[in-house]
Design a binder for this molecule. Structure first.
Ligand code: SOE
Length: 385
């Protein structure tokens, strides 16, 4: 069987999730080409070596530049902090590698555009890791909206609620530093719900936003720490230079209205990525913390029995779900990444356009940029790609 040889940059949370996906995908999906996990690299050689052994990579490289230069690698998977996505993706494109890059695509709109241009010039396949599109319940929502089951869309109410940094003693990890992350909850969580809105409702025309940083400084983490789960902090403190929460109102090009809330200070919400979409014929509601369920209200049900029904999205007829288990044997977060790498490998072997690709990533980046402009100016801002 043909092989698709993968090189991965990064070995923390997303590196672990993507490694698991490459290991599993061929066992559950029929592929024309088998992913081969050639090598992984990251910040520290000893951690790359350990990750290679633990996650099932054939080997590791000390430097991402050496990984990209290898002629036995076809795909570069970028799971590093946002500030290095651009330099790594452009180098990978120049080396003729297909690229799967984690979200948000970049730290700035200019970087995102440069990544898209480089990938297009190199004629390589490019996908951005908005994995929530690949939750079976979201795929069903997309199908229902496209079929017209909701009719004309009036509203999307989108939230992405987490609570992992309410403790002021939680250290200053890279996601809280503008130089590395570009923005805070806005780019990390808001990017996901903006992409979902683009996917399910359409393009955003203009918006007005506000952001807040509730805790202005935090203890510095030890030199080597892993991503989200920072270990005990050192004594010194550093400034938080990104938003802890970002909220905005949006007007869509198709006339719909949107409210968006991305925060890491919503106590009790662990990964509350959700939406409610209201249309002329009904409503869909989704919350990732109940990711196998989609709630549907149909205004065309008989008057004496209207109400929200909960669809358990685990049937064989539901996109992706049928590849796994019998109905009711629910899926989890990690399955969305298996679906993502399945689709990307299919795009490469069938020479089809990945979705979402870097152009979709640029569209999200343009909204992130507009939110930051509006939060500063306190005015409505047009979204400009
Ligand atoms: C942030 O905590 C985070 O890890 C995001 O970066 C991921 O994209 C999201 O899927 C889970 O939460």
């Amino acid at each position: 069987m043909k092989e698709i040889r993968i090189g991965m940059i990064g070995y923390s949370f997303m590196g672990k999730a993507h490694s698991n996906a490459y290991r599993q995908v061929a066992a559950y999906f029929d592929l024309k080409a088998k992913p081969v996990m050639k090598a992984i690299c990251g910040l520290y050689e000893h951690e790359a070596k350990a990750a290679a052994q633990k996650y099932g990579w054939e080997g590791y490289e000390k430097r991402w530049q050496d990984l990209i230069a290898r002629d036995d690698i076809d795909v570069i998977d970028i799971t590093t902090p946002n500030n290095v996505h651009c330099v790594q993706a452009i180098a990978a494109a120049k080396a003729g590698k297909h690229i799967l890059c984690e979200k948000p695509l970049a730290s700035t709109l200019a970087e995102a555009k440069a990544m898209l241009a480089a990938a297009q010039k190199a004629k390589v396949k490019h996908m951005v890791g908005f994995n929530y599109r690949r939750v079976p319940a979201l795929a069903l929502a997309k199908k229902m909206i496209e079929k017209g089951d909701l009719g004309k869309i009036f509203h999307i109410r989108a939230v992405y609620l987490q609570d992992w940094i309410i403790d002021p003693e939680f250290p200053l990890v890279w996601r809280l530093v503008k130089k590395e992350a570009g923005s805070g909850a806005l780019g990390d969580l808001g990017a996901h719900i903006i992409d979902v809105a683009h996917h399910l409702v359409g393009d955003i025309d203009s918006l007005t936003a506000t952001t807040e940083t509730f805790i202005k400084e935090r203890p510095l983490p030890p030199k080597e720490y892993g991503g989200l789960a920072a270990k005990a902090a050192s004594g010194k403190k550093g400034k938080v230079t990104v938003d802890d929460a970002a909220l905005f109102l949006a007007r869509f090009k198709n006339g719909a209205l949107g409210t968006f809330e991305a925060t890491r200070f919503a106590a009790g919400n662990k990964n509350g990525n959700g939406f409610e979409i209201n249309g002329s014929k009904g409503t869909l509601k989704f919350n990732f913390e109940r990711m196998n369920e989609l709630e549907y209200y149909n205004r065309e049900d008989p008057a004496d029995r209207q109400g929200f029904r909960t669809i358990l999205v685990t049937e064989g007829c539901h996109k992706y779900a049928g590849a796994w288990w019998p109905p009711g044997h629910i899926l989890g977060y990690e399955h969305t990444f298996v679906h993502e790498v399945y689709d990307f490998i299919e795009n490469i072997t069938n020479n089809t356009k990945p979705s979402p690709d870097f152009a979709d990533g640029v569209k999200v980046q343009a909204v992130l940029d507009a939110v930051e402009q509006s939060a500063k100016s306190k005015q409505w801002v047009k979204v400009k790609v």
